[in-house]
Design a protein around this ligand. Sequence first.
Ligand code: BDR
Ligand code: CA
Length: 311
Amino acid sequence: MPAPKKILIDCDPGIDDALAITLAHGCEALDLVGITTVGGNVSLDLTTANALKLREYLGFPAVPVVAGSAGALVISRIDAAEVHGFGGLGGAVLPEPRLNVNDGHAIDFIIDTLAASPGEISLTAVGPLTNIALAVRKEPRIVEWAREFVILGGSYTRGNRTPAAEFNIAADPEAAAIVFGAGWTVNQIGLDVSLTALATGPVLARMRDLGRLGGELLIPALEFYGMTTAHDGPAVHDALAIAYVADPSLFEFTPAVVDVETVGRFTSGMTVTDFNLHGRMPNANVARSIDVARFWELTLDSFARVSAQLP
Ligand code: BDR
Ligand code: CA
């Protein structure tokens, strides 16, 4: 088996962020090297507290958790507490952590981690892109140092925060515009694909069998998440970005030019996606489909590994 890929996750836990972190920890193909937090689904204080709780509950105390930006670059902060609960993890109540947040700022942690291992770290952003934009501005060479860069965000057909905009882009459109214009290829997994990988009844049944992990984290979190969706089960958006790093062959992608709308009265935060390129160089690989069955096998296998080793 090849050496596990090193992954750094910038996130705003967040129900699906919590599942993404659980997947990254349990997946044999991945080596979780750090978590940075950003204000998003709930405030930075809460997203950081949730990351700290997850670190100890899931059992990776040596992995740094570093806090970052509380709010967007330009617009006022928005949140998604109505979707994730006021604490951010839905109905899941995890023990208070004993370890403190690691020193420093997320922006510097991202830069320093990538600088120390150029070409080795898969940088994965599953919240608003504020930290990534500021890191790129402070040290533009991170676009060369990242082994790859993947986001869960945007879409080419629809929004969820507004009819045009997905939450992570809507929460900081200016940051997203910087990130898409930074000179790297953004591997973008958007709502078009994430809304096809739902935690349906049979998937939830398998999670229920995962002992404390199922009963204390996965099910109470997803039952809350499910209350706000009109589908056949909750989507687990952020987990898809982690699955991409573990196994890119799960997805089909198309190169595209993606521009982020920042001034539209009704369309701010929209990812305007041109698959026809119109003579421009693509700045993104946009996910078009996922093998849902294989995604759930990878994810549930990883969850089972976490469940078996829960502290
Ligand atoms: C994205 O928005 C957030 O609410 C989720 O955590 C996910 O990152 C989905 O639109
Ligand atoms: Ca998120």
